[in-house]
Ligand binder design. Structure first.
Ligand SMILES: Cc1cc2nc3c(=O)[nH]c(=O)nc-3n(C[C@H](O)[C@H](O)[C@H](O)COP(=O)(O)O)c2cc1C
Length: 373
């Protein structure tokens, strides 16, 4: 029997790994996939860099041979460019799902009218989404966005309506504004409001501050959303996907791994990164993950410091052999990881807030250098 298309009734994944620049590359996605059934999205990729064939960006668009579905997030400011990038990626990389980044709060993206700045320009947004859906043919296109630019400029309900009209296949909302960055807590009531606003058959995903499987159930329960997108809770914790599967099917949760098991995962992750990127880059990419894997475990500062400076896979193995075998204390299960910064003043193109109906692209060249963060 042929499965319905992704996000159509009967094929709406409950759990989505959030796109995370510098993190959700092919090796990390493979590790997560082993633990549960979900959708695992690539890191953000600049549509313009795809069109230009930028070498570093093209590496990020690659998938392991056995990865299915192939889910890729694009950042774009220009309708023509997003259409061209999608056409090219369907031909060369056989992509099964495109997500458009309408929520990135970082300066180098928003100051060119991209990420969370774009939804403020309703007509331009409509053109970008229409171009993407048209170029994608039958391949589903989803959007991921924030509540708005700041508390005086909420855009999420308009974005939901525009996306529904454009034929977008699903919506994912992070319940913070760009000005909040990662400060405060995600306002899940915005997810509930979005769910009520858009047609019932359009899946809505809730995102923000899901650290444990019980949070995912609470998000669905409190908002009526169709599924969850999880970012920071997965950093150093690919095993969380097994917990999420168990929680959504009413099974008992697996036990949280001890450091002896975490060490095996770390070694494997690092090896996969080296196989994918080569030893020099792979080892450097892995350094930041070492802190996330060991967050909350009582292993001592000295070994953490050394792991953050590993020079080779052998060096990593030596240090992992020195880790004490300890369990995660219950009180540390929710220790935050990843970004916690904010609030900020959002960088916008000159005069951006003057007219939400102006549909000119602010800086057509501006999204070239944003792939992978
Ligand atoms: C290291 C890091 C990189 C991120 N990169 C992206 C990205 O490339 N595209 C995107 O849409 N969001 C990105 N985000 C935001 C996450 O996808 C997610 O929306 C946010 O972290 C809130 O969810 P959480 O509380 O589950 O982490 C990133 C977040 C982190 C921590």
């Amino acid at each position: 029997m042929i499965a319905p298309p992704l996000f159509a009734a009967g094929n709406v994944p409950k759990v989505v790994l959030a796109p995370m620049a510098g993190v959700t590359n092919a090796p990390f996605r493979r590790l997560c996939r082993r633990y549960g059934g979900g959708l695992y999205v690539s890191e953000m990729i600049s549509a313009r860099a795809v069109v230009e064939g930028n070498e570093k960006t093209m590496k990020l668009t690659q998938f392991a041979d056995d990865e299915s579905p192939r889910s890729l997030q694009l950042a774009a400011v220009d309708p023509a460019v997003v259409g061209e990038a999608i056409g090219k990626l369907i031909d060369t990389e056989r992509i099964d799902h495109f997500d458009l980044n309408l929520g990135c709060p970082v300066r180098k993206v928003t100051r060119n009218g991209g990420g969370s700045a774009l939804p403020y320009k309703r007509k331009l947004l409509e053109r970008v989404l229409n171009a993407a859906v048209k170029a994608a043919g039958g391949v589903p296109v989803t959007v991921k966005f924030r509540v708005g630019i700041d508390d005086d400029h909420h855009t999420y309900l308009d974005t939901g309506r525009i996306a529904a009209d454009a034929g977008i296949a699903a919506l994912a909302l992070h319940g913070r504004t760009a000005a909040q960055l990662y400060s405060g807590s995600a306002d899940w009531s915005t997810v509930a409001a979005l769910r009520e606003t858009v047609p019932a058959e359009l899946p809505v995903y809730g995102n923000g501050d899901i650290w444990e499987a019980s949070d995912a159930l609470a998000m669905v329960d409190q908002t009526g959303c169709d599924g969850v997108v999880i970012g920071r809770g997965c950093l150093g914790r690919p095993w969380l996907f097994a917990h999420l599967d168990a929680a959504f099917t009413g099974e008992p949760l697996p036990t949280i791994p001890r450091t002896s098991e975490v060490a095996l995962l770390m070694a494997e992750h690092a090896k996969e990164l080296v196989a994918w990127f080569g030893e020099f880059k792979g080892v450097r990419e892995f350094r930041k993950h070492t802190a996330w894997y060991l967050k909350g475990y009582p292993v001592g500062g000295e070994i953490r410091g050394k792991l953050g400076q590993i020079e080779s896979l052998d060096h990593l193995d030596d240090l992992l052999a020195q880790l004490p075998d300890v369990r995660l204390p219950d009180e540390n299960r929710r220790v935050a990881r990843g970004h916690t910064r904010g609030p900020q003043v959002v960088a916008l193109p000159q005069g951006w807030l003057d007219d939400p109906d102006d549909d000119l692209v602010a800086n057509p060249e501006g999204d070239s250098a944003v792939s992978g963060g």
